[in-house]
Design a protein around this ligand. Structure first.
Ligand SMILES: [Fe+2]
Length: 160
Protein backbone atom coordinates (compact mmCIF):
# COMPACT_ATOMS: atom_id res chain seq x y z
CA UNK A 1 0.00 0.00 0.00
CA UNK A 2 1.14 3.56 -0.61
CA UNK A 3 2.02 5.59 2.46
CA UNK A 4 0.60 9.12 2.63
CA UNK A 5 1.62 10.70 5.94
CA UNK A 6 2.66 14.09 4.61
CA UNK A 7 6.37 13.29 4.17
CA UNK A 8 7.91 12.84 0.69
CA UNK A 9 9.10 9.29 -0.08
CA UNK A 10 12.78 10.27 -0.27
CA UNK A 11 12.55 11.92 3.17
CA UNK A 12 10.76 8.91 4.64
CA UNK A 13 13.49 6.58 3.39
CA UNK A 14 16.26 8.92 4.60
CA UNK A 15 14.79 9.20 8.11
CA UNK A 16 14.28 5.42 8.24
CA UNK A 17 18.00 4.97 7.46
CA UNK A 18 18.88 7.23 10.42
CA UNK A 19 16.52 5.22 12.65
CA UNK A 20 18.25 2.01 11.54
CA UNK A 21 21.68 3.44 12.40
CA UNK A 22 20.33 4.45 15.82
CA UNK A 23 18.79 1.00 16.23
CA UNK A 24 22.04 -0.80 15.38
CA UNK A 25 24.04 1.44 17.73
CA UNK A 26 21.53 0.97 20.55
CA UNK A 27 21.68 -2.79 20.05
CA UNK A 28 25.48 -2.82 20.28
CA UNK A 29 25.34 -0.78 23.50
CA UNK A 30 22.67 -3.11 24.88
CA UNK A 31 24.82 -6.21 24.20
CA UNK A 32 27.84 -4.49 25.74
CA UNK A 33 25.86 -3.47 28.83
CA UNK A 34 24.56 -7.00 29.41
CA UNK A 35 28.06 -8.41 28.83
CA UNK A 36 29.31 -6.06 31.58
CA UNK A 37 26.37 -7.04 33.85
CA UNK A 38 27.58 -10.64 33.60
CA UNK A 39 31.34 -10.11 33.70
CA UNK A 40 31.95 -7.14 35.99
CA UNK A 41 34.29 -7.95 38.89
CA UNK A 42 35.54 -5.74 41.69
CA UNK A 43 34.67 -3.98 44.92
CA UNK A 44 31.56 -2.34 43.41
CA UNK A 45 30.18 -5.57 41.95
CA UNK A 46 26.69 -5.56 43.54
CA UNK A 47 25.97 -1.95 42.55
CA UNK A 48 27.39 -2.20 39.01
CA UNK A 49 25.79 -5.60 38.33
CA UNK A 50 22.42 -4.13 39.24
CA UNK A 51 22.93 -0.76 37.51
CA UNK A 52 23.95 -2.47 34.25
CA UNK A 53 20.82 -4.62 34.43
CA UNK A 54 18.61 -1.52 34.77
CA UNK A 55 20.43 0.03 31.82
CA UNK A 56 20.10 -2.92 29.43
CA UNK A 57 16.40 -3.15 30.34
CA UNK A 58 16.04 0.52 29.40
CA UNK A 59 17.90 -0.09 26.14
CA UNK A 60 15.76 -3.14 25.31
CA UNK A 61 12.58 -1.09 25.54
CA UNK A 62 14.09 1.68 23.47
CA UNK A 63 15.37 -0.68 20.75
CA UNK A 64 11.88 -2.09 20.21
CA UNK A 65 10.45 1.41 19.85
CA UNK A 66 13.16 2.47 17.38
CA UNK A 67 12.61 -0.63 15.20
CA UNK A 68 8.85 -0.08 15.19
CA UNK A 69 9.31 3.54 14.11
CA UNK A 70 11.25 2.27 11.06
CA UNK A 71 8.28 0.05 10.19
CA UNK A 72 5.86 2.97 10.68
CA UNK A 73 7.77 4.72 7.88
CA UNK A 74 7.17 1.67 5.67
CA UNK A 75 10.81 0.56 5.62
CA UNK A 76 12.50 -2.63 6.79
CA UNK A 77 14.08 -2.56 10.21
CA UNK A 78 17.62 -3.98 10.53
CA UNK A 79 17.47 -7.11 12.65
CA UNK A 80 20.45 -9.42 12.23
CA UNK A 81 23.67 -9.37 14.22
CA UNK A 82 25.62 -8.71 11.00
CA UNK A 83 23.46 -5.68 10.26
CA UNK A 84 23.80 -4.36 13.80
CA UNK A 85 27.60 -4.62 13.58
CA UNK A 86 27.67 -3.08 10.09
CA UNK A 87 25.52 -0.04 10.94
CA UNK A 88 26.54 0.64 14.56
CA UNK A 89 28.35 3.88 15.36
CA UNK A 90 30.17 2.23 18.28
CA UNK A 91 32.58 -0.71 18.49
CA UNK A 92 32.04 -3.96 20.32
CA UNK A 93 33.77 -4.33 23.69
CA UNK A 94 37.08 -6.14 23.80
CA UNK A 95 36.74 -9.68 25.12
CA UNK A 96 37.73 -9.93 28.77
CA UNK A 97 40.17 -8.02 30.94
CA UNK A 98 38.11 -4.88 31.53
CA UNK A 99 38.15 -3.18 34.91
CA UNK A 100 35.05 -1.64 36.49
CA UNK A 101 36.41 1.77 35.51
CA UNK A 102 36.99 0.72 31.88
CA UNK A 103 33.46 -0.67 31.58
CA UNK A 104 31.93 2.54 32.95
CA UNK A 105 34.13 4.67 30.69
CA UNK A 106 33.16 2.69 27.56
CA UNK A 107 29.44 2.85 28.32
CA UNK A 108 29.64 6.55 29.13
CA UNK A 109 31.31 7.16 25.76
CA UNK A 110 28.71 5.04 23.96
CA UNK A 111 25.77 6.89 25.51
CA UNK A 112 27.39 10.18 24.52
CA UNK A 113 27.57 8.87 20.94
CA UNK A 114 23.87 7.97 21.14
CA UNK A 115 23.03 11.46 22.48
CA UNK A 116 25.02 13.22 19.74
CA UNK A 117 23.60 11.07 16.95
CA UNK A 118 20.03 11.45 18.27
CA UNK A 119 20.57 15.23 18.28
CA UNK A 120 21.82 15.16 14.68
CA UNK A 121 18.98 12.83 13.59
CA UNK A 122 16.32 14.95 15.36
CA UNK A 123 17.53 17.99 13.42
CA UNK A 124 17.57 15.94 10.21
CA UNK A 125 14.02 14.65 10.72
CA UNK A 126 12.83 18.17 11.56
CA UNK A 127 14.39 19.53 8.37
CA UNK A 128 12.45 16.88 6.39
CA UNK A 129 9.18 17.93 8.05
CA UNK A 130 9.08 14.64 10.00
CA UNK A 131 8.13 16.15 13.36
CA UNK A 132 7.09 12.72 14.71
CA UNK A 133 10.62 11.40 14.47
CA UNK A 134 12.13 14.75 15.46
CA UNK A 135 10.17 14.37 18.69
CA UNK A 136 11.12 10.69 19.01
CA UNK A 137 14.85 11.37 18.65
CA UNK A 138 14.47 14.21 21.17
CA UNK A 139 13.01 11.73 23.66
CA UNK A 140 16.05 9.46 23.08
CA UNK A 141 18.37 12.39 23.85
CA UNK A 142 16.64 12.83 27.21
CA UNK A 143 16.76 9.11 27.98
CA UNK A 144 20.45 8.65 27.14
CA UNK A 145 21.39 11.88 28.94
CA UNK A 146 19.98 10.36 32.12
CA UNK A 147 21.98 7.13 31.68
CA UNK A 148 25.15 9.09 30.82
CA UNK A 149 24.70 11.19 33.96
CA UNK A 150 24.44 8.06 36.13
CA UNK A 151 27.57 6.58 34.58
CA UNK A 152 29.44 9.89 34.98
CA UNK A 153 28.34 10.30 38.60
CA UNK A 154 29.57 6.76 39.30
CA UNK A 155 32.88 7.40 37.49
CA UNK A 156 33.38 10.60 39.49
CA UNK A 157 33.50 8.70 42.80
CA UNK A 158 37.03 8.98 44.24
CA UNK A 159 37.42 5.22 44.71
CA UNK A 160 36.09 4.20 41.27
FE1 LIG B 1 21.24 -11.16 35.24
Amino acid sequence: MTIDIGIPESARIAVAEKLNVFLATSYMVRVKTQNFHWNVEGPHFPMLHSMFEDQYDTLSGSIDEVAERVRMLGERSVGSMQEFIKHSLVEEATVGGLTEHAMLTQLHHDHEVLIKSAREFAEFAGAQGDVGNEDFFTSRIQMHEKVAWMLRATLNAKNM
